[in-house]
Design a binder for this molecule. Structure first.
Ligand code: SAH
Length: 382
């Protein structure tokens, strides 16, 4: 896909601020750029844009779409998975049901609809939506209002009270700030440099650009052996700390967590820092605040961290395999049975297909479960 140029070449307010900051203090980490680009309270992407939805001709439309926005079946199968998890932990009469980064709230609405078949699950659940954007919170409140179920909004998982907990996060880890390290050709104990964001004055106006940090560094934590010169290795400290928190919580209280995201099962080399705007790839440092910026999730690193903290970790498995094992085809057939209109049927079929097709979301997206020690393998993993 060719990268579109920003329509208007004027710097965004966030770009101006970042350029001024870098001129004063020097280059910043990629993760600091990412946090501001996504979550700056006035100028960040989630504070200013309406990210979700298909592209629309002649008008803005959305920038990307996610599995729950594509097909209701995604949330229904996840809902059934959560109800099963609740049974596995002994059907506690009070537990926390937590969603991390709920977007428009569609996934939770689908989960809650399915959960109506188990009224005791709904009665026992205290619902927590972990969301740091005021604009997205408002969107989620509107969606959940129609379900009639009360929820509490929180900034962090740590704000959720202790107790048995079930957690779901779809496309959450990919938003967390990463760092990138580049292997130089130097033969020394410290052949790595951090890739940072600096300012270039070479064009018609100053622009953000990548620069290499001056400090020579040893191999970053978790780096696999055999890096060739120019290899890029990414780390996501925020993701690993979140994993620590999840694993600690699930060791202290019974529960399970389900994480779905795009990424790789094994730690490896490569630059996955990317931006999208209107469903197309976008130059990652251009117009911060206007485009969604993410990085692939290193599930290998997350799984190692979860296990090191004593949790049970299953997967990652391909989203395709997970959803088919949970009965996507049977659920689709049941819905198609009650739908009369051919256009709706076609839409339902193509939505389900998109979730599992290996060339669409089926193989790039992976699913990983984290469970309290002693629990058995959850459904969908073999
Ligand atoms: N899970 C949703 C949306 C994914 S987009 C879906 O599948 O459709 C990422 C979501 O995470 C958005 O709601 C965004 O505002 C939120 N988010 C991003 N970074 C966050 C952070 N550090 N803390 C809390 N929420 C965050």
């Amino acid at each position: 896909m060719s990268a579109p140029e920003p329509d208007d070449d004027a710097p965004t307010p966030l770009e101006e601020r970042l350029i001024a900051l870098i001129r004063e203090h020097g280059p910043i980490r990629i993760g600091d750029f990412m946090s501001d680009a996504l979550s700056h309270p006035q100028h960040g992407y989630y504070a200013t844009q309406d990210p979700f939805g298909p592209p629309k001709k002649g008008q803005h439309g959305g920038d990307f779409t996610t599995a729950p926005e594509i097909s209701q079946i995604f949330g229904e199968l996840v809902g059934a998975w959560l109800i099963h998890a609740w049974s596995e932990i002994g059907e506690p009469s009070a537990f926390n049901l937590v969603e991390l980064g709920p977007g428009r709230g569609t996934l939770m609405a689908d989960i809650l609809r399915v959960a109506k078949i188990r009224p005791k699950f709904l009665e026992a659940a205290s619902l927590f939506m972990v969301e740091n954007s005021g604009r997205m919170r408002y969107r989620q409140q509107r969606t959940l209002h129609d379900t009639g179920i009360e929820a509490v909004w929180a900034d962090h998982l740590s704000d959720v009270p202790p107790g048995p907990t079930l957690i779901i996060g779809n496309e959450f880890f990919d938003c967390l700030p990463i760092r990138q390290f580049v292997r130089t050709a130097e033969r020394s104990e410290t052949p790595w440099r951090e890739r940072l964001v600096g300012v270039s004055d070479e064009g018609e106006r100053p622009r953000l650009c990548f620069v290499l940090g001056e400090e020579a560094l040893p191999g970053p934590d978790g780096v696999p052996p055999g890096a060739m010169p120019e290899a890029v290795f990414e780390t996501c400290e925020a993701g690993l700390s979140l994993m620590d928190e999840v694993a600690e919580r699930l060791s202290a209280y019974k529960g399970r967590a389900l994480f779905i995201d795009y990424g790789h099962g094994r730690s490896g080399f490569g630059d996955t820092f990317q931006a999208v705007k209107r469903h197309r790839s976008w130059p990652v440092l251009a117009a911060p605040g206007l485009a969604d910026v993410t990085a692939h999730v290193d599930f290998g690193a997350l799984a190692r961290r979860g296990r090191a903290q004593g949790a049970r970790v299953d997967g990652p498995v391909l989203q395709r395999d997970f959803l088919l094992r949970l009965g996507l085809e049977q659920r689709l057939a049941a819905i198609l049975d009650v739908v009369k209109d051919d256009d709706t049927k076609a839409l339902l079929r193509s939505g389900a297909e998109r979730l599992v097709d290996a060339d669409q979301m089926g193989a790039l997206f992976k699913v990983m479960a984290v469970s309290s020690p002693g629990l058995s393998e959850p459904p969908g993993f073999s």
